[in-house]
Design a protein around this ligand. Structure first.
Ligand code: ASP
Ligand code: MG
Length: 419
């Protein structure tokens, strides 16, 4: 007998019929002889709807009240799912974050979990009950209600699995697993049977919206074996996410992703002297703007450089305000913004110590006539910034170049997020 944590997202509990189906999936795991804890999100688009109402009342809703509002969504689904399990003849109990003791710091709307109390969880499990826990929410040591950031229920589930040393955490969703790329762009994307935490983290950050990145970090930290699988195909094992040491790596590239959520900012003619870059990026970080790719051009004879970087579109206005002040301070000439960009990335633990991967990537893009504007690399990722209009073509070309194409076309269930 093991402890299994199951997490069901909003689309899996979107209506009463679906909730009854989820109850069946939960009971099935229990009947396999396991102790089961279920973590659920709010029904369907409930959270979006709550956010919309708040924004209709205020341009800048109070974060504490926002958390008070948004946590209601999950409270509805835990009660209904628990009733559904009970109606099918099994003992179950719902718990919110306060009842469990999911302790977070007091950073409203994006709190991090600092501790999970296990006492009450064990006591219910030992009575043979299925526990249904509200995802996405936490409580501070002072009893303030918090949320973990949009999509945070994945993180709740993984953190609970880590705290209980669970045998597995299954993230049930409306796709069948993690794919080599977005199957809507490349119809013969392949479902990966396994992928490492590290690769998944890179893919999660570059726009493969399957899992909340923080949930993968937490899984890696506590070594929680994760599975991403479909609520609507219970016999399909989905994708297994585990430590890289447990895997046979035979392909250099595991997946390809596009991120269309960034803009490029270029500061022209920055004086080539110590402290210029520090001033630019210090000002951005003080305002909580996170910068992704950075390139400084080779110093020119006139003693200036250009500094280019990318930030999230949502930070556009904040960034421009800061940069306009900084260029006066450092005596740079001007600033340019490029909104029509996409970051395409290849990710794979197998590229470590394998020469030629970058060259193959650039060649595949060149053969399609795609111009590269910026390049950045990490140990297991290479990203190129390209024209937004070239993004789909780039993804397709890279998918084929690294032999990821499947013979059969992937069947996509439900809505994938927009890319
Ligand atoms: N209901 C929350 C959201 O929509 C949390 C989640 O779905 O994971 O962001
Ligand atoms: Mg969700």
């Amino acid at each position: 007998m093991g402890i299994i944590v199951q997490k069901f997202g909003g689309t899996s509990v979107a209506d009463v019929e679906k909730i009854k189906n989820v109850a069946k999936a939960v009971i099935r795991e229990k009947n396999n002889g396991n102790q089961v804890i279920v973590v659920v999100s709010a029904m369907g688009h409930t959270t979006d709807y709550l956010v919309k109402m708040a924004n209709e009342i205020s341009d800048n809703p109070n974060p504490r009240e926002m958390d008070m509002l948004l946590t209601t969504g999950e409270q509805v689904s835990i009660a209904l799912l628990t009733m559904a399990i009970q109606a099918q003849g099994h003992a179950a109990v719902s718990m919110n974050a306060m009842q469990v003791g999911i302790i977070t710091e007091c950073n409203h709307t994006k709190a991090r979990i600092v501790d999970i109390k296990t006492e009450k969880l064990y006591s219910h499990l030992n009575k043979g009950e299925i526990i249904v826990v509200a995802g996405f929410q936490g409580v501070t040591p002072d009893g303030e209600i918090t949320t973990l950031g949009r999509g945070g229920s994945d993180t709740s589930a993984v953190a609970i699995a880590g705290a209980l040393n669970a045998d597995r955490c299954d993230i049930y969703t409306d796709v069948e697993g993690v794919y080599t790329t977005d199957p809507r762009i490349v119809p013969n994307a392949t479902k990966l049977s396994e992928i490492s935490y590290e690769e998944m983290l890179e893919l999660a950050h570059v726009g493969a919206n399957v899992l909340h990145p923080r949930s993968v970090e937490t899984a890696k930290q506590y070594n929680v074996p994760l599975r991403v699988r479909s609520t609507f195909k219970l016999d399909d094992l989905g994708t297994y996410i585990t430590g890289v040491d447990n895997m046979e790596i035979y392909k250099p590239v595991a997946g390809v992703a596009a991120d269309l959520s960034q803009i490029r900012v270029v500061i022209c003619d920055v004086p080539d002297e110590p402290g210029s870059a520090a001033k630019i990026f210090d000002a951005l970080s003080k305002s909580d703007v996170s910068v992704d790719m950075i390139i400084q051009s080779y110093g020119r004879n006139d003693g200036t450089n250009d500094v280019a970087f990318t930030v999230s579109k949502s930070d556009y206005e904040k960034t421009m305000e800061i940069v306009k002040n900084v260029i006066k301070e450092i005596h740079a000439a001007s600033v340019l913004v490029d909104e029509d960009i996409a970051k395409v990335s290849i990710v794979g633990a197998g590229m470590v110590d394998r020469p030629g991967i970058a060259a193959s990537m650039f060649k595949a893009l060149a053969e399609e006539g795609i111009n590269i504007k910026m390049i950045s690399t990490s140990e297991i990722k290479i990203s190129c910034l390209v024209e937004k209009n070239d993004a789909h073509k780039a993804i397709q070309a890279l998918h084929s170049a690294f032999n990821l194409d499947a013979k059969e076309v992937a069947v996509v269930m439900g809505d994938l997020p927009d890319v």
